[in-house]
Design a protein around this ligand. Structure first.
Ligand code: PAF
Length: 280
């Protein structure tokens, strides 16, 4: 496995692989790899001849007062995980390479980015769409794998690929959960043991809502109430609980098309997100 920190070297390797007729997959990450990332990486290694994992904590997607500085970084551990999964290149550029001081071109998705996390983290998806576009341009992958846990991000990237004609195959990887149901996330590291236990109420609430949905409940307000109450009963602060259609990410009152029920909630100062898909 090679670790590369310059755009030029990745391009050179990519060109060689193209000459050899190899397919290339990209898994973009911000490091702090856990089993959720490893599952995406494994999927990519299985599907593509060569796999590139980018590790870049992207300052452009963090708002003022968010955890950019504090975001957990552990390159040695991450490289070790990548090597074990059979990754070919870890691409870890410096911020100044990705964003030279006079950087002034941004990619903005204007519809799917509006609600859910986009409403509470202004500029976040502009930062994501821009860095993902740059990574696509540098690595020029044939396919890319994103996780379902960040459902809004995944839908935005899918739209970006279509709208900007990247011609990259998009693969959505399942959310990986701890035994108690909590979706794996780097931010789980910030939780105290008591908060960690209470945070399992997010998935318990979502599971209960999904089971009501399976029993025929189609009213969003009722499902949202169940999730909100589960979280609040465990001292969580709900930022949003929404049921949106998966085509446009518009909030729906009655669920009669594929939908996503998405949650953002705080336990202490830690903001966690999760979701389930609802298929009528
Ligand atoms: O999901 C993430 O870790 C990031 O948003 C991504 C896709 C790597 C872009 O920085």
């Amino acid at each position: 496995m090679q670790t590369i920190d310059t755009i030029e070297s990745v391009r050179e390797q990519r060109a060689q692989w193209r000459e050899q007729g190899m397919t290339v997959g990209l898994v973009p990450t911000m490091g702090c790899l856990h089993e959720g990332h490893r599952a995406l990486i494994r999927d990519c290694v299985y599907r593509a001849d060569k796999t590139v994992v980018s590790i870049f904590v992207n300052p452009a997607q963090f708002g003022p007062g968010e955890d950019y500085e504090a975001y957990p970084r552990n390159m040695e551990h991450d490289k070790n995980d990548c090597a074990q999964e059979g990754v070919d290149i870890v691409f870890s550029p410096q911020v100044r390479q990705m964003y030279p001081p006079d950087f002034s071109t941004w990619v903005v998705e204007e519809t799917l980015s509006r609600g859910l996390c986009g409403a509470f983290r202004p500029g976040h998806f502009k930062g994501v769409a821009t860095v993902v576009t740059k990574l696509f341009n540098v690595v020029q992958p044939d396919l890319t794998v994103f996780g379902k846990k960040d459902a809004q991000q995944a839908l935005i990237v899918q739209r970006l690929i279509r709208d900007l004609n990247f011609g990259i195959r998009f693969v959505l990887g399942e959310t990986v959960r701890a035994e108690d149901g909590l979706a794996l996330s780097c931010r789980n590291e910030y939780l105290t043991p008591a908060q960690r236990t209470r945070a399992t109420s997010i998935y318990r609430g979502l599971t209960e809502a999904k089971s009501l949905f399976r029993q025929g409940e189609r009213n969003s307000a009722e499902l949202k109430r169940v999730v909100t109450e589960a979280i609040q009963a465990n001292a969580g602060r709900v930022e949003y609980v929404e049921v949106n259609d998966r085509q446009h990410l518009h909030a729906v009152e009655q669920i009669d098309a594929p939908a996503v029920m998405a949650v953002a909630a705080y336990f202490g100062n830690t903001r966690l997100i999760d979701n389930v898909f609802l298929e009528p």
